[in-house]
Structures are given as C-alpha cells and as structure tokens.
Design a protein around this ligand. Structure first.
Ligand SMILES: NC(=O)c1ccc[n+]([C@@H]2O[C@H](COP(=O)([O-])OP(=O)(O)OC[C@H]3O[C@@H](n4cnc5c(N)ncnc54)[C@H](OP(=O)(O)O)[C@@H]3O)[C@@H](O)[C@H]2O)c1
Length: 257
C-alpha cells in the first residue's frame, strides 16, 4: 500500500481522490488551507495518515506544508491538486505575487523542491493550458493588464512544463500531468459534464497503479489516455527558462538531478 499526499483535499477532485485512495486501502496525507477548512474533511481525517495545514497563497505557509509532510515521513506519491480558477483581480500574496501564479504555479514548485522526493509526482493541469502559450516575460503580472482566463491558462501550462522538465531531470521519479476534464466541482460548477469519480480516476491511477501503462514519465493524460500537450510544455528550452524564473521568484533551486 502506498502513502500519498494530496494538496487541496478538502473539496472537489482532491477530496474525491483522497476518498478513493483510502477506500483502496492506501495511506493518505490530507491538506487544508486552515484549521477551519480542515473541519470540512469530517470523517476522512480519522482515516488518514496525517493532515497538514497551510494556505498556498503564502510561500511561508507553503514551506511549512513541506516541513509538515516531511515530518510525517516519505511519500510514495504527491498529487499537486489544489488550484484556483479565474480570480477577479491579480491580487497580491504576502510575498507580493499574483494569487493565481502563487497558488497554481509557485506552490507546486516549492512543494516539489522541498518535500523529500517521492517515487511519483502528479500535477493537475487543464485542457485550457493550451491558451497559456506565448510568453514567460511577465509571469507575475506586473506589466500586463489583468486577464484571469490567461493567468489560469498560463498557470496550467506551467505545471505541464514542470512535469515534463522533472521527467528529464529526475529519471527515478515518474512525473505526469493530468487534464481531468470539465468536472462538477466547486470550480467546475453544477453544469459540468464530467462526474467527480471520473474526474479523479486518472490521477489516483497514476499515483498507485502497478499497471505498466501507469509506470511512465513525462506524459500528459486525460481520462486514462495520453494526449499531446501544448508545444511549449514539451520544449526543454521553455522548461528551463520557466524553472529559472520560478527559482528567482521563490528563491528556491530545483535540483538538476
Ligand atoms: N473542475 C474542473 O472542471 C477542472 C478542470 C480542469 C482542471 N481542474 C484542476 O483540478 C484541480 C482541482 O480542481 P477542483 O475542481 O477540485 O477545484 P475545487 O473544487 O475548487 O477545489 C480546490 C481545492 O483546492 C484548495 N485550495 C484552493 N486554494 C487554496 C489555497 N490558497 N490554499 C490551500 N488550498 C487551496 C481548495 O480548498 P478550499 O476547500 O478551502 O477552497 C480545495 O480543496 C485544480 O488544480 C484545477 O485547476 C479542474
């Protein structure tokens, strides 16, 4: 049985993934943004191996999440699931970053660098990542007028590129990105066509399955099938530039190997 850490497990796809993995007999480490939100986990908490608390808007709290996970022990897999969709404005995190960038891109980057390296890493992206191609010049939205849809698309491109970059750098870790489809959650809304069980299936399969089809790295998945992501995500020059910029913004180096 594996131990899996899932960010954003209080609701939506993260909660459904936690439920599914616990039902399969795996050990799950849950995550909530605050003690108040942890209350929403209800009976899941007593079944879990652990619960870590921290708001991913904050780099300091995100570092603390990594410390809390490492104190619990080594994870077999991490599902970087937490995310936000279209924010009404850029906002500013405690470190001054755009909130969408901080939660959707910087937090998974920080956690990837600081959590003891697991055997498998899974990043929740979106088909909308294809609209995020173009430029790395204004990652933190300090020059452009705010565009929530573009900011979300860029953040989801970043995590696909990160998964592909890590697949190159860390050959002993299986690193993949997942588009769950448009799913009926708080984010997806009640009119979304995909049910939550279907929406969580690919990331939980990638986290624990011994099926040879799941034991691959540097792939982009949708409903248990590989797809081709946006060209930039697979471009090593783009990946290296992105990682350089994320290192600058966070002050954290991602080990080369
Ligand atoms: N639903 C879709 O149609 C869809 C489509 C494509 C991709 N995705 C991706 O799938 C992932 C999960 O989406 P979802 O639909 O399950 O979203 P959701 O229902 O809104 O749940 C998001 C989860 O992330 C947590 N979270 C958000 N901001 C946080 C922060 N600052 N600190 C800590 N936790 C935070 C939320 O905590 P709270 O419960 O406290 O808010 C919640 O547990 C996201 O990365 C999303 O981009 C979703």
């Amino acid at each position: 049985m594996a131990t899996i850490f899932i960010t954003g497990s209080t609701d939506g796809l993260g909660r459904a993934a936690a439920q599914s993995l616990l039902d399969q007999g795996h050990r799950v480490v849950l995550h909530a943004r605050s003690a108040d939100r942890a209350a929403a986990l209800g009976g899941l908490t007593s079944r879990a191996k652990g619960l870590v608390i921290g708001d991913l808007r904050s780099a300091a709290e995100t570092r603390s999440i990594a410390d809390q996970v490492n104190a619990i022990g080594r994870m077999d897999a991490v599902i970087h699931n937490a995310g936000v969709y279209t924010r009404p404005s850029r906002g500013a995190t405690p470190e001054g970053h755009a909130e969408t960038l901080a939660i959707n891109t910087l937090a998974p980057f920080i956690l990837t660098a600081l959590i003891a390296r697991p055997a498998r890493l899974i990043y929740l992206s979106s088909g909308l990542h294809r609209g995020g191609e173009g430029s790395l010049d204004d990652l933190d939205w300090t020059k452009r007028a705010w565009n929530a849809a573009t900011a979300y698309a860029e953040s989801k491109l970043h995590v696909v590129a990160l998964a592909y970059a890590l697949a190159r750098r860390w050959p002993n870790v299986l690193c993949n990105a997942v588009d769950p489809g448009w799913v009926r959650t708080k984010m997806g809304g009640a009119g979304a066509p995909v049910d939550i069980d279907t929406g969580q299936r690919t990331q939980t399969w990638l986290a624990v399955s011994e099926d040879p089809a799941a034991l691959v790295s540097g792939r982009y998945w949708h409903h248990l099938e590989q797809q081709e992501p946006a060209r930039e995500a697979t471009d090593p020059r783009f990946q290296d530039r992105l990682i350089g910029k994320l290192s600058e913004l966070t002050g954290i180096e991602l080990p080369e190997v």
